[in-house]
Design a protein around this ligand. Structure first.
Ligand code: GSN
Length: 238
């Protein structure tokens, strides 16, 4: 029997957190190699294990996978969380890509200068409530089903719950105008595998605090001062 997937990253959410969520939703146990120093990342690079000299990297099925979306799509497909046909896959991609636009903004908040944090968070909550959450509220309302696509749990649902919880960390009442999303959150949180992942002691990581920011800063040579509004430009240059 193949061993457990092995996740290589630092001890924080970052880009790996969605991989942890998806594996947990698929009921797959995994191991984590959580590096704490720049040297540990350099060792992986020197060993020729990272296609772009970047993490996340996941060892699974004899492969060393990189690129977060590629990893997620592989896991979703393998564990039947990626729709039943091409049209469902397209919908899942369209929903997940929209979610990731918002997700990436939230992921970069710790990189903002202290005086820009608040401005960034209002920008995020405005985008969340005006652009992104209304889309998923409408999808659920229009088809009246429990899940976003095909009436069964998919990658899109797992990612949406992860995202909702992250947006709520920015503004706790962000779902107040979205009754369908409130029901969705309650329903998906109660699925046994998800419920287990939400319990303390699971591999789920907490929001980034100062100590984990310092660790990530030293490992990835990050600097504060990226203004969120230009995040797409920054990402393109990243
Ligand atoms: O999605 C992906 O996996 C890639 N498109 C980006 C991966 C990436 O940027 N990884 C960062 C750390 S995770 N935080 O954002 C990374 O490895 N940076 C070191 C470097 O030299 O780029």
């Amino acid at each position: 029997m193949a061993g457990k997937p092995k996740l290589h990253y630092f001890n924080g959410r970052g880009r790996m957190e969605s991989v942890r969520w998806l594996l947990a939703a698929a009921g797959v146990e995994f191991e984590e190699v959580l590096f704490e120093t720049a040297e540990e990342l350099q060792n992986l690079i020197k060993g020729g294990h990272l296609l772009y000299d970047q993490v996340p990297m996941v060892e699974i099925d004899g492969m060393k996978m990189v690129q977060t979306r590629a990893i997620l799509r592989y896991i979703a497909t393998k564990y039947n969380l990626y729709g039943k046909d091409l049209k469902e896959q397209l919908l899942i991609d369209m929903y997940v890509e929209g979610m990731r636009d918002l997700y990436d903004m939230i992921m970069f908040v710790p990189l903002a200068l202290p005086e820009e944090q608040e401005k960034n968070i209002s920008f995020i909550t405005e985008k969340a409530t005006q652009r992104f959450l209304p889309v998923f509220e409408k999808v659920l309302k229009d088809h009246g089903k429990n899940y976003l696509v095909g009436n069964q749990l998919s990658w899109a649902d797992v990612h949406l719950l992860e995202l909702i919880l992250m947006v709520e960390e920015c503004k706790s009442d962000v779902l107040s105008a979205f009754p369908k999303l409130q029901e969705f959150k309650a329903r998906v949180s109660k699925l046994p595998r998800i419920q287990k992942f939400l319990q303390p002691g699971s591999p789920r990581k907490p929001p980034m605090d100062d100590a984990s920011f310092q660790a990530a800063k030293e490992i990835f040579k990050l600097e504060k001062g990226m203004f969120l509004k230009y995040a797409t430009v920054i990402l393109a240059e990243f």
